[in-house]
Design a protein around this ligand. Structure first.
Ligand SMILES: [Cu+2]
Length: 181
């Protein structure tokens, strides 16, 4: 194979590899070192605050860590979240406990609650909006809550690590392809 073809192949590999890391981010709800998906009785806006510090895109995956004997997670309408109503047919549902995931399938604002009675009013609710979408008006007024420890850097550090990994893989692939082709 001519050198120019090898070079083009290497560049394509690099581009594909770099593109992959932009496809979908994974968000540990509540932060990588956070409490998981559980009661936030003393700070009912905990998950909203966390979400406001994250950047979400369509295709991103939300990981809800919880004990399956205690909680579940439903995607619901804004109206259902505001009244903590557990619908018979939620938009999406996950009951698989630790590592349970829901994917952000559309742009705009999404609403999540725990479907166990009285858990939503105890802070198991979250509203998030994908990047570039106008934020939905608050569904319920609540006094400003104390700001929890920031986990803002968590997703960024994961992305950074993924990016570094992808770059390394791309370089190795490029070197190998130039060597053997
Ligand atoms: Cu719950």
């Amino acid at each position: 194979m001519a050198f120019i073809q090898k070079a083009i192949f290497a560049v394509v590999l690099l581009a594909v590899s770099l593109h992959r890391q932009t496809e979908a981010a994974t968000h540990i709800v509540g932060g990588v070192s956070g409490p998981g998906w559980t009661f936030q009785t003393s700070n009912p806006t905990f998950y909203d605050t966390w979400a406001s510090q994250e950047t979400f895109a369509v295709g991103d995956v939300l990981v809800f860590n919880y004990a399956s004997t205690q909680h579940d997670v439903l995607e619901v309408t804004g109206a259902d979240l505001s009244t903590c109503t557990v619908p018979d047919s939620p938009i999406a549902l996950n009951k698989t406990s630790n590592g349970g995931t829901l994917t952000i399938s559309t742009s705009g604002t999404h609403y999540y609650i725990c479907g166990i009675t009285q858990h939503c009013p105890s802070g198991m609710k979250m509203t998030l909006t994908t990047a570039g979408s106008p934020p939905a008006p608050p569904v319920a007024s609540s006094p400003p809550a104390a700001t929890p420890p920031s986990n803002k850097s968590d997703a960024a550090s994961i992305k950074s690590t993924l990016f570094t990994f992808n770059v390394m893989v791309a370089i190795v692939l490029a070197v190998v392809s130039i060597t053997i082709l």
